[in-house]
Design a protein around this ligand. Structure first.
Ligand code: GDD
Ligand code: MN
Length: 385
């Protein structure tokens, strides 16, 4: 509390605010994203407590409404320990976005990000924090691949996948990070605030996202550690992760020009074109059906295949299932039918004014694809209330 004299004398007020801040401000927030980690949270807090003596720290769990009641576990811990906090997100999933939300909830100078399952070796945390305090760096990364680090007991498939993803990351990050996939790092809060509006937020790879989103190269150093076995529960990393990773790469590479989802949508459209011509030539040339019958069937097959591919990949986070799949397919047919009308209308207009059939055809296709993309994102895969 400031006294009246302090407020009158602004210098003294500044000073006393500083003293209060130094005494009670949190220096380090440990951000821990969780999904079904109820058996791990208490153990993690215990270990942090032993390790972080002497630092003013807190831990912020960001839980996506885990069915196993992780958020309740965290809240009951928080009832006993004032430095434990819980951000409980409803109706949302996603590791990167959870981490971003946790980081934005902190006012500490340093933010550590780590998994809840104790695979990240917390014993290197003090060294990471010390390095960041001492040196003029943006971020200190826990690495499995720099000298002294290890990936632990991984099978060859997962190890190969991880190396492949690391190689791919060079497309969007120039920094010579040995482990850009790492989900274990300590970063200055100022640095996060500098990049946060440019973050993609897609998928799992928050560190990569941060590096790829910074306009100037980030100053970093690495601390080796050995990736451990999970204590309880299971990994949420499945094939979807690889797909989300590709979306992140596309988004970072060309997302400022066109949305990554539009690129996927167009790629699916391209596959539809190939399918269209395969069916058309088979029916018309080989099966000797009439042109109109062949063309109509080819259109239907291509539209159907586009719908399912988009549902599988482009909109995998909003994937339609069961009865909704059928309704979605019908709405997609309708959207495409309108798209065709637009396509033909525009190309006719351009053709009449320009007389170049290639330009006219192209204009029609572009209008058709953009319409299909926008309309289907609202009517077919739009968010339901
Ligand atoms: N809030 C939230 N939402 N948390 C999630 C979600 C989600 O959708 N998915 C996973 N998590 C949490 C898990 O509960 C865990 O604490 C952490 O994120 C990592 O998830 P795991 O399922 O354990 O991933 P992993 O062990 O296969 O991979 C981890 O380690 C790799 C190496 O460091 C991840 O951190 C990878 O990003 C990292 O490359
Ligand atoms: Mn894990």
């Amino acid at each position: 509390m400031l006294t009246v004299i302090d407020v009158v004398n602004t210098k003294a007020a500044d000073l006393s605010l500083k003293t209060i801040y130094k005494e009670s401000g949190v220096e380090l927030s440990v951000i821990v994203p969780t999904f079904n980690e109820s058996d791990n949270v208490a153990e993690l807090v215990d270990r942090l407590e032993t390790l972080l003596k002497g630092i003013h720290w807190e831990v912020i769990f960001v839980d996506d409404d885990s069915p196993d009641g992780t958020a309740d576990k965290v809240r009951s811990l928080a009832q006993m320990k004032s430095n434990v906090r819980c951000i409980h997100r409803i109706g949302r999933r996603g590791l990167s976005r959870a981490v971003i939300e946790g980081m934005l909830a902190s006012s500490a100078s340093y933010l550590a990000v780590m998994d809840a399952d104790l695979q990240h070796d917390e014993s290197i945390l003090p060294r990471m924090i010390e390095t960041l305090r001492r040196e003029n760096l943006d971020v200190v990364v826990g690495s499995r691949y720099c000298t002294g680090g290890e990936i632990g007991a991984w099978d060859t498939k997962r190890a190969a996948m991880s190396r492949f993803a690391t190689t791919l990351s060079r497309l969007i990050v120039v920094a010579d990070l040995s482990d850009p996939m790492s989900g274990f790092f300590v970063i200055r809060r100022e640095t996060i605030h500098r990049v946060v509006r440019r973050l993609s937020g897609e998928g799992y790879k928050i560190l990569l996202d941060i590096f790829a989103s910074s306009t100037k190269p980030l100053k970093f150093s690495e601390v080796p550690y050995t990736f451990r076995e999970r204590l309880h529960g299971e990994s949420k990393l499945d094939t979807a992760v690889l797909w989300e990773y590709l979306i992140l790469i596309v988004d970072k590479k060309i997302g400022h020009i066109v949305p990554a989802r539009f690129v996927l949508f167009s790629l699916v459209g391209l596959s539809g074109l190939l399918i269209h011509f395969a069916v058309l030539s088979t029916l018309f040339k080989v099966a000797q059906l009439s042109f109109v019958a062949s063309q109509s069937t080819a259109t239907l097959v291509a539209m159907t295949s586009n719908f399912f591919l988009n549902n599988l990949f482009t909109y995998r986070d909003r994937r339609l299932k069961g009865a909704r799949l059928f309704g979605g397919l019908l709405s997609f047919y309708l959207v495409c039918a309108v798209g065709v009308v637009g396509n033909v209308g525009v190309s006719k207009f351009v053709f009449e004014h320009q007389h170049t059939w290639i330009l006219a055809g192209l204009a029609g296709v572009v209008v058709g694809v953009v319409w299909n993309y926008v309309a289907s994102s609202i009517f077919t895969w739009g968010k339901r209330k």
